[in-house]
Design a protein around this ligand. Sequence first.
Ligand code: ZN
Length: 541
Amino acid sequence: MKEKICAAVLLLLTISAFAQEFTRADTLRGSITPERAWFDVTYYDLKVAVNPSEKTIEGSNTISYKILEPNEVMQIDLQAPMNIDKIIQNEKEISFTSEGNAHFLKLQKKQHEGNEEKLTIYFSGKPIVARRPPWDGGFTWTKDSNGKDFIATSNEGIGSSVWWPLKDHPSDEPDNGITISVTAPKDLMDVSNGRLKEVIENKNTKTWVWQVVNPINAYGVDINIGDYVHWSEKYKGEKGMLDMDYYVLRENEAKAKEQFKQAPMMMEAFEHWFGPYPFYEDGYKLIEAPYLGMEHQSSVTYGNKFENGYLGRDLSDTGWGLKFDFIIIHESGHEWFANSITNKDVADMWIHEGFTNYSENLYLDYYFGKKASSEYVIGTRKKIMNQSPIIGQYNVDNSGSGDMYYKGGNMLHMIRQLIEDDEKWRQILRGLNKEFYHQTVTTKQIEDYISEKSGIDLSEFFDQYLRTVMVPKLQYSIDGKNLKFRYVDIVKNFDMPLIALINGKEEWIYPTSEWKTKTLSSPILNFQIKEDFYVNSEEKN
Ligand SMILES: [Zn+2]
């Protein structure tokens, strides 16, 4: 009896660990509410003055939008303790009600379908300080070794609405981009996304005006203020000349000039595998920040201490992880997967992290060969937890499990094996970046595209690895020349073929949930599954 109770309690604990509870606030943040659905943001004109001594900011955001269907209530997000001071449309002040971090604007002007309108939100406050950037997010206020302010934003999980008011849902990117004007103390510089258009001299401050002309995911918008030194180079890429610009603290210039040589190397490898860098018009920038790093669009931030690996460590324990600077490679890989191709709902964030994790091994493949890349991706497999599925819950701002990284990478590595044609696989990766260029997408669109272009129906394969925590297990038995095998721990109709090493020779086998027998020409002395496949195996006697 006692044992039974324990088991029941354990089961309950297990269930509650899976069944996260979501609140109304999660729905307001993570779903396309009726107050969000009716308008499509076309442009943000964001102005922010940063006051380091008070750790406060104030500014305005003019939101241009297209009316998809008439509605006079608009949801805008801004998180406490930031405050909306006033909202103006056509010179008239607009009233609003608030429910937590969601604010519902009551527009006076009739909103006609097809029209374009704009309104300006004035805001101010002391934004949340990031405790553990970039993971929890907010503002980071630090000083460099000369005592000068070194300030940055990072807000992937928590959302941009932690410091500026916007439509904070990944499905809607401003089609024509953003202008971000940051006012900072005179002796410092702000580096944000896109290209520097203008520097305005004020009395004690300067305003740095940056412009992005492409759609941008909101969490990719950033502020980086410091005593930066700057250098640049032209990269001759697939779409012409690309401006690559680098900004680091004065004290790190020499180290950075050496380490950042990996940036053009990254560009060459990723253009080969994924196609042209997706933001030629906005340029590419690598900017030192006071935290590990983040894929801010066209302004990748860097804090990996100018050494190879992940803060000097090899995530794969194979040695290959020390052949590149993890942050330069990984965060820049996100320009293709996260910034150009963006998830519509964060539940599908594997599209960002799975492909970008996978990009690390493609970088290795490009410079060190296929064996190196395989060893790396297989080496990271021990980090897979299989506690909850990669795909999270929709419409509640739930991004699924951390397995989106290593399991995501291993899953893509397996597709490469299944396709058995590296050039075809490369064209699929490049094709994704053409088909879904500058778009927000669902996992279904990505899964269907890969199935269609590979000619392999991967529906059950994706279900298995993205939507369950089961690792397929091959059960087998050997009797002379006969190999008997089947899968267990699989979703219905899962039938991924495997490459087996039988007596040292590669042979495809085609397991399903039913026992099958393969008869070889000589007795089977040695059997194993090729390591590139992320499956378990068990010999049954
Ligand atoms: Zn990432």
